[in-house]
Design a binder for this molecule. Structure first.
Ligand code: F0G
Length: 386
């Protein structure tokens, strides 16, 4: 039977993360959500990779590529754009390595706002460019990298009536923290390690805020009117939220300011989503790492691509290169023992593999072309079965 939440939609129909977690978000109660049904993404056990089985690790992928515009950015964008409308704004602006621009363009379209996006010329994946263009954003390619674009949009937003929707906008971070809430609810507890790619460093910051909020709510939890469980307080009552995960951030070797300990001017990596040298949430990400007793590490482009292929071929999950770094790093740390046997580990897969068809096709075997005849098709099948 369908039960009605006090002033919301039927509980059994998911309608987006603002409806689900409004009490935990800095929005007014009556503001209509600008939503595409984002959030509620699957947490998928990765059980086909031998090292995971050998070490008795429970490894999960939080597949954020299944959000409406196919990346985790939608979590932050629904809140940032809803807030922008609440504040009377008519336009949004961002710099982007691709996914933020796709998400901003989509949510602005839905809200009836203008969107201006600055992208590094020639350095964003094709699918992301297609999204921003299709949703009607004004796409401005700059002859410079993401960090240069970031400096420009911050100045513009200071001077013009446009809302900046990069993750320096605190409402973006607030939306993205809900991924941590979902993970706790899906796991029925807290992971021991949370592994994720780090670029501009907003997402690691947001997850840490989410885990901290959930665990402090668990500490204070005395009432059945809890925003997290909406009356179903079994999870918190069972005190399963008894710790916080170690946050592990991975960067590409050519774009690893957290490993170098300083900001970089010329980041380079095939994982264009995280081709960033000057992360805006630099201090916050260091705090998340320190407070959680986590760490940062780096992986080469070859290691990133190998993990992307491994996930696609052995688990059936297609993520973009930047996302695969979380699994590449986790597997290496499981092998080294830095992530010990018996651990429960969540990796965020930040974006869908279809975003970047060029990189996928570039590392796969080209299709075989034959005549449309039975003999030719049979021959090629038999050759490949040997
Ligand atoms: N993974 C993907 C697929 C991304 O698009 C990004 C960031 C990250 C990881 C890193 O997350 O910046 O919060 O540390 N993309 C931004 C963009 C910069 O413009 O789309 P972060």
């Amino acid at each position: 039977m369908t039960s009605l939440a006090p002033d919301g939609p039927p509980r059994d129909r998911y309608t987006g993360l603002i409806d689900r977690y409004r009490d935990r978000l800095p929005l007014q109660r009556d503001t209509a959500a600008i939503s595409l049904g984002e959030g509620d993404t699957p947490l998928i056990p990765l059980s086909n990779i031998p090292i995971v089985r050998d070490r008795d690790v429970s490894l999960y992928a939080k597949y954020e590529g299944l959000n409406p515009t196919a990346s985790f950015k939608d979590r932050g964008m629904t809140v940032a754009v809803t807030k922008a409308i609440e504040d009377g704004s008519r336009a949004v602006i961002c710099a982007s390595t691709g996914n933020t621009s796709a998400s901003a363009a989509a949510y602005a379209a839905r809200a009836g706002m203008a969107a201006f996006v600055l992208i590094p010329e020639g350095k964003i994946a094709l699918g992301k460019l297609a999204q921003a263009m299709m949703h009607g954003a004004l796409v401005i390619q700059i002859k410079g990298n993401f960090d240069a674009g970031m400096a420009l949009v911050k100045k513009i937003a200071d001077e013009a009536p446009v809302t900046l929707v990069n993750s320096v906008n605190p409402y973006r971070i607030q939306g993205q923290k809900t991924a941590a809430f979902e993970i706790i609810e899906q796991l029925g507890g807290v992971p021991d390690f949370h592994c994720l790619p780090v670029g501009n460093a907003g997402n690691i910051t947001a997850h840490w805020i989410g885990y901290c909020e959930y665990s402090s709510a668990a500490g204070d939890h005395t009432t059945a009117a809890c925003a997290f469980c909406q009356g179903n307080c079994a999870l918190l009552a069972r005190k399963v939220v008894d710790h916080r995960p170690k946050m592990v951030g991975y960067q590409a070797t050519g774009a690893a300011p957290f490993l170098r300990g300083e900001l970089l001017d010329h980041p380079e990596t095939i994982a264009t989503a995280i081709r960033i040298g000057r992360p805006q949430s630099w201090e916050q990400a260091w705090s998340a790492s320190r407070e959680s007793h986590g760490w940062f590490d780096e992986l080469t482009d070859d290691e990133i691509l190998a993990a992307q292929k491994l996930l696609a071929r052995s688990e059936g999950i297609f993520c973009e290169p930047a996302s695969a770094i979380s699994v590449a790093g986790a597997l290496r740390d499981i092998e080294k023992g830095t992530i010990p046997p018996g651990s429960r580990v969540v990796c965020t897969l930040t974006g869908h593999g279809l975003k970047d068809p060029d990189t996928a096709i570039g590392q796969s075997t080209a299709p075989t072309t034959v005549e449309a005849e039975m003999a030719a098709v049979q021959r090629v099948i038999l050759e490949n079965m040997k």
